[in-house]
Design a protein around this ligand. Structure first.
Ligand SMILES: C[S@@+](CC[C@H](N)C(=O)[O-])C[C@H]1O[C@@H](n2cnc3c(N)ncnc32)[C@H](O)[C@@H]1O
Length: 270
């Protein structure tokens, strides 16, 4: 963060904002669709009991139930999100902070968390909690937006996200996530790159960005640093930015039983 960038909301305010946004997340194309959903669900398909963390409107929890996971527990810090997930997908629900889970050790044989960790202020704690509630050998199917390695491009993406969404805490590089997972005892089995084209207007609507704030955000895209338009495939129309692409990574992780780093990694582009 630099001077002039807004400070992220505290956890209670973040949960309240998401409570109000639950109907939008239920309908959001960027959340309810995508090959990434199928990939994450397929990675968890052998589980009997799975936890979907920061479930939002429950799209990932629903995908896990669809591939045959017998018990899916959907958790989120926002009670309305949990209620939406339970009502929409018929899964179990529990209001919970991803950094402080109300479950006993070794409760689940799979955990998923999709496009949410950039809201967590203590990601090490989130990864440690995931390891604690998983059985040894259990699968962690993780996905989030990631920062490019180029520091200027990373700062640009982080800043536009922060300006649009006060619940945005920060983006990490894939390497930073990998180090965090390995330090917590996970072996990285698969890493998949995915991109998602976001419609600028829908992206602003989801966090109620209108008027002058929306115009300022448009100007940030028009004055983006060199390389940003290419890297984020920014599409411009008569009114300025229309859409752009956010890089994401999916990690299939396995909780090690013996402290080793596990087998070689399968790196994919999807
Ligand atoms: C973008 S939505 C998640 C999308 C969802 N996983 C999906 O696949 O559609 C982010 C969610 O993270 C939740 N969240 C933010 N901070 C959290 C925290 N500390 N613990 C649990 N959930 C949190 C929000 O309430 C929100 O529902």
């Amino acid at each position: 963060m630099t001077d002039g960038d807004p400070t992220p909301d505290d956890k209670r305010t973040t949960a309240a904002r998401f409570d109000a946004a639950a109907p939008d997340y239920l309908e959001s194309d960027a959340h309810r669709t995508g090959a990434d959903l199928e990939t994450l669900a397929a990675w968890c398909a052998d589980a009997d009991r799975a936890l979907d963390m920061a479930t939002g409107a429950g799209h990932t929890a629903g995908a896990l139930a669809d591939v045959g996971v017998r018990t899916v527990v959907a958790t989120d810090a926002a009670p309305t999100m949990v209620a939406t997930a339970v009502e929409t997908y018929g899964v179990e629900g529990c209001v919970a902070d991803a950094e402080r889970l109300p479950f006993a050790a070794e409760t689940f044989d799979a955990v998923s968390c999709r496009i949410a960790a950039h809201h967590f202020p203590a990601p090490e704690q989130f990864v440690a909690e995931t390891a604690r509630v998983l059985v040894p050998g259990g699968v962690f199917a993780f996905e989030d937006n990631v920062a490019p390695d180029d520091a200027r491009l990373a700062a640009f993406l982080d800043r536009v996200e922060r300006r649009r969404d006060p619940t945005h805490v920060g983006l990490d590089t894939p390497d930073a996530w990998r180090r965090r997972f390995e330090a917590a005892g996970f072996a990285v089995e698969t890493v998949a790159s995915v991109t998602r084209r976001l419609d600028f207007a829908a992206w602003c609507d989801r966090t109620d960005v209108s008027g002058e704030r929306r115009r300022k955000l448009r100007r940030r895209f028009e004055h983006a640093p060199p390389g940003a338009v290419q890297r984020f495939e920014v599409a411009f129309g008569p009114d300025g930015v229309e859409s752009f692409v956010v890089p994401k990574r999916l990690f299939r992780l396995r909780l090690q039983t013996d402290g080793t780093s596990g087998p070689a990694v399968d790196e994919r582009q999807t």
